[in-house]
Design a binder for this molecule. Structure first.
Ligand SMILES: [Fe+2]
Length: 311
């Protein structure tokens, strides 16, 4: 009797785990477009629509993801920001450029993530649940075609914001960007200031862009008056518990800000106290780590951000 109860319990447990894994594999392809409104522009400015993509983690053959990303161009945003981690395979460059092709007709900017420099090497999926999943490998790193990828985007007019500043004018507002290379692999060097001079009387918005939202990077952006900070990297936790949220952020950001719109260093949407906080948007991203191709309670996303005047 006791043995049959035990066998039944094991069978039910195994079936539940298999169903959960099956669902998590499906959720990893359940792409969703988030829409957020950020009241961050100076008063009198026209709204600006920014499409934010991140963490594509492409592998050759991901036709559904390629088509979904290509379709995003039909949103006709004013600008596209790509916060890195485009690769999940050393041979992914053709499929990445195919996915991005229609978006490159729109003005845009990018920073790189660690997965634009180094190809994935196997690690236990359980490592993903550790607070910081960086791991020391004994084998040589696999170098990705980073320079060719960057050139592909800059030749189409996209701005490379790695450790640099740049400006664009969108809908009559000057956007002064400060960008960082990826803090996850210690490539971040904050760009020397100040921003280029803005014409007398012009409207301006200062924006920070980085792949991994390490607190040191967010503090630097905040101290440099960036009213809006845009990041990726966390995958929103990738495996979340309903009602609890992300278990990890894969960096030193707290798990409550693993994805979505928040304030830095404190409050915002739209806050009591901490009046000078920056807006912080962290994307849950569109992909997964190659050896952890699952998501749970954390759908893959792109974000259409509508910036509107404060107040
Ligand atoms: Fe990533």
């Amino acid at each position: 009797m006791a043995k049959s109860i035990l066998l039944n319990t094991v069978a039910v447990g195994t079936a539940t785990a298999a169903a959960g894994l099956g669902y998590a594999l499906l959720e990893a392809q359940a792409y969703v477009l988030r829409r957020v409104t950020v009241p961050v522009l100076p008063s009198g400015a026209q709204p600006i629509r920014i499409l934010h993509i991140s963490d594509l983690h492409m592998i050759p053959g991901q036709a559904k993801k390629v088509e979904w990303v290509r379709e995003l161009a039909s949103l006709n945003p004013d600008f596209v920001i790509n916060t890195g981690d485009n690769f999940a395979d050393v041979d992914a460059l053709p499929v990445i450029t195919k996915a991005l092709e229609p978006l490159l007709d729109i003005p845009g900017a990018f920073v790189m993530g660690s997965n634009d420099y180094y190809g994935p090497r196997f690690k236990s999926p359980a490592r993903y649940l550790l607070p910081d999943s960086r791991i020391k490998h004994k084998s040589e790193p696999v170098h990705l075609p980073t320079a060719a990828f960057a050139r592909h985007m800059t030749e189409r007019g996209w701005l490379d914001l790695s450790n640099t500043r740049a400006q664009v004018t969108l809908a009559g507002t000057v956007i002064s960007f400060a960008g960082l290379d990826d803090p996850h692999i210690d490539l971040d060097v904050y760009p020397a200031g100040p921003d280029a001079q803005v014409p007398e009387g012009a409207l301006e918005l200062k924006v920070g862009v980085v792949h991994a939202p390490y607190t040191r990077a967010l503090d630097q952006f905040h101290q440099d008056d960036r009213a809006l900070i845009i990041a990726g990297h966390t995958h929103g936790g990738q495996l979340c518990l309903p009602g609890y949220g992300a278990l990890v952020t894969n960096c030193d950001l707290d798990r409550k800000r693993a994805k979505g719109l928040h304030g830095w260093p404190g409050a915002r949407p739209d806050q009591v106290g901490g009046e000078d906080s920056s807006w912080l948007y962290v994307s849950a991203g569109l992909g997964t780590a190659k050896y952890t191709p699952v998501r749970f309670a954390c759908r893959p996303e792109a974000t259409l951000m509508t910036l509107v005047p404060k107040g």
